[in-house]
Design a protein around this ligand. Structure first.
Ligand SMILES: [Zn+2]
Length: 135
């Protein structure tokens, strides 16, 4: 990792910006993105009056934690902070994969066009029979 740091860092600057200012900005951007997921989740839950975790929550979790991991690896370099964000991308990425697979498995009703949940036999909107999904 030191070779990358040396390649990017010239005269205490990275991309023309002071090294400390650059990584402090990355750290705060990561904190802001990571924190914003709580606001998004809380808003979605209040709006629906039930506990909801919107897909944006997982994107914000992934982006914020990766920014904080970069900050920890290249600037802070403290093992506690590095370990805190080293593996969090795994469940975030897995939840995004499951979400998009589930969304792709939905069926469009041939009669009214409504997007029906996977393995539905009938359309919840017009009652038309849905053709079974063959895989
Ligand atoms: Zn329908």
């Amino acid at each position: 990792m030191e070779w990358l740091t040396n390649m990017l860092r010239h005269d205490g600057k990275i991309f023309g910006v002071d090294w400390i200012v650059f990584w402090t900005a990355i750290g705060w951007l990561g904190n802001s993105v990571f924190f914003s997921r709580f606001v998004v989740q809380w808003y979605a839950t209040e709006k629906r009056k039930q506990v909801v975790i919107p897909v944006l929550f997982w994107w914000l979790s992934l982006t914020g934690s990766l920014l904080l991991l970069l900050y920890a690896l290249f600037y802070d370099k403290h093992h506690v902070i590095i370990f805190a964000y080293l593996f969090t991308w795994i469940p975030y990425t897995r939840n995004l994969i499951i979400h998009y697979r589930h969304k792709k498995a939905h069926t469009d009703c041939p009669s009214c066009g409504r997007n029906c949940p996977p393995q539905s036999n009938f359309c919840s909107n017009c009652g038309a029979r849905l053709s079974p999904v063959t895989s």
